[in-house]
Design a protein around this ligand. Structure first.
Ligand SMILES: [Zn+2]
Length: 535
């Protein structure tokens, strides 16, 4: 922890007359310089000015308050790197331990090899007097050394130890051993390549959902059971209004890409549509109650006439959505999951819908001739885990992120082969191992198809991932947060990432952090323009 530290000693702060008395007042006059602004008792007797004067203790307090904020920012910034270097250090200890074990084995094997060679020599040097006498008398020609048998036993020994040692050497050369440390090193190189624009607006309410309108000029955030509407300008947020309607915590918000309308879902099991009337006023639809438990996810199709909702009641519900008239029509329910639904996604053609949930199942749904969704099949997955997020990266590729506490901690890729999505283990992407927490159904994947970039939250990390032309996933950078309960959203142009931290249930504030993800030339700049606004 860093502490604010003033270079001067307080008793060194003397007035310009050098009275050597304690300072009592400070003059806020731009024309005066350094010590001329400090007044002791004696100075004050004859002092006269139009400028504001403030008590010395108060000024110290004001400066200390600013410095405390500055140091908090310094702390936050440096912590990212220190943690990464600590991870790296830890990796090196692990590698060292493995290398030590392997090298001990190699040394043991080499010693064993030498001993066995010598043993062969010793055994072959033995002879029996009587046998040799026999040879001497009966068959003196045979008494020539036959090396063939000896060479055979040496070769047999050499082969066996060659294989042993060679195997161990390839373990040492195995890049897998160093891959984790290389990844961390790469992240250290990139750790400041985004810019934090506005570091915090603190609120004392929970926020489980954020969404941007198409142009990125408006942002909505859940604020317990209310919705806050914000003006969003180049990374700065200004609160416009608060909307009421839901009676319990709001868990999902989804802005239309065509108009200033959105849908919301919450722990009151209901869904609502919202439509902007004027700058400050929004109209809510009625409360639509079809689910019998918390709503976990909401998505709509590209033409925005169909809404799909997933909930803790194990069901997926299909709705007709009409943003112009601000209303929903319930159509039907898809019931195949045997636990909460966590994530839903359409493919690009929108003839396939995929869902995943707490029952470890990834289910593919297809549209029949009447445009009605039907169960198609359960995707076979290598890791029997439940995951919180799914995303089609194109019509042939689907990714799924593992989610339980002690987990493989990876992103699996499923590819369309012979008409079915099948796991491609070669393309599986290892994420940072973390057995301390499970992933949470917050912060859906944000995918920018043009830039082939994805923001994927997993446990305590948020990753920026690039999809290569060969369809492999590559981590560009990652940010680690204090907890797994991170909520966030990426603006539609991919320039702004807003994230919310903190569990509010325990009484801590929630803040926004708006790092600019500048992706020109694949790299971005960083510095910390920390401007803090407190509410
Ligand atoms: Zn003085």
């Amino acid at each position: 922890m860093f502490q604010p530290k003033m270079i001067e000693l307080e008793k060194q702060l003397n007035c310009s007359q050098n009275h050597n008395e304690a300072i009592h007042m400070v003059v806020f006059d731009k024309k005066l310089k350094r010590q001329e602004r400090l007044l002791c008792n004696i100075c004050m007797e004859t002092f006269e000015s139009d400028s504001k004067t403030i008590g010395f203790k108060k000024v110290i307090e004001m400066i200390e308050y600013n410095q405390k904020n500055k140091v908090e920012n310094i702390q936050r910034l440096i912590k990212i790197d220190v943690e990464l270097v600590e991870q790296l250090l830890n990796e090196f200890h692990i590698i060292k331990q493995k290398l030590n074990q392997e090298l001990d084995q190699l040394i043991f094997n080499s010693l064993e090899w030498i001993k066995s060679l010598n043993d062969i020599g010793t055994i072959n040097s033995q002879y029996s007097f009587f046998d040799e006498l026999e040879v001497l008398i009966n068959n003196p020609q045979q008494n020539i050394f036959n090396s063939q048998q000896l060479i055979e036993s040496i070769t047999k020994l050499n082969n066996s130890l060659f294989n042993k040692i060679n195997q161990k050497l390839s373990t040492l050369k195995n890049i897998q051993l160093y891959s984790q440390s290389e990844l961390i090193l790469q992240n250290l190189d990139l750790s400041h390549h985004y810019k934090i624009i506005d570091n915090s607006i603190r609120q004392s309410v929970s926020c489980f959902a954020i969404s941007f309108n198409q142009s990125g000029s408006l942002m909505i955030s859940a604020s317990n059971h209310n919705i806050k509407v914000w003006e969003f300008m180049q990374g700065r947020l200004k609160e416009i209004t608060t909307l009421n309607g839901h009676t319990e915590t709001i868990s999902c918000l989804q802005f239309s890409k065509k108009s200033n309308s959105f849908v919301s879902g919450g722990y009151d099991n209901s869904i609502r549509c919202w439509k902007q009337i004027n700058e400050k006023e929004w109209q809510s639809s009625q409360s639509y109650q079809q689910h019998t438990n918390f709503i976990n996810c909401l998505i709509f199709n590209q033409s925005e006439n169909q809404l799909v909702s997933g909930a803790v009641d194990y069901s997926i519900k299909i709705w007709q959505i009409d943003f112009i008239n601000n209303q929903l029509t319930y159509l039907y329910s898809l019931n195949k999951h045997t636990n909460s639904i966590y994530s839903l996604c359409f493919n690009q053609l929108e003839n396939t819908l995929v869902s995943c949930g707490g029952d470890n199942q990834i289910i593919i749904w297809k549209q029949d001739n009447n445009q009605k969704w039907q169960f198609e099949y359960v995707v076979t997955q290598n890791i029997q885990e439940s995951g919180c997020r799914l995303q089609f990266i194109n019509d042939d590729q689907l990714i799924w992120v593992t989610g339980i506490q002690v987990s493989k901690d990876c992103i699996s890729i499923f590819e369309l082969r012979n008409g079915k999505y099948q796991e491609n283990l070669d393309k599986q992407l290892q994420l940072i191992k973390n057995d301390n927490v499970s992933d949470l159904n917050l912060f859906p994947i944000f995918y920018n198809k043009e830039k082939k970039l994805m923001i994927v939250k997993h446990k305590q990390h948020v990753y920026l991932i690039k999809i290569t032309n060969e369809g492999y996933l590559k981590i560009i950078t990652q940010i680690k947060y204090e907890s797994n309960s991170i909520q966030g959203a990426l603006s539609n142009d991919g320039r702004y990432l807003v994230r919310v931290w903190g569990w509010v249930g325990v009484g801590f504030g929630v803040g926004w952090e708006v790092p600019l993800l500048c992706t020109q030339q694949g790299r971005a700049r960083v510095d910390f323009g920390g401007q803090t606004t407190s509410f």
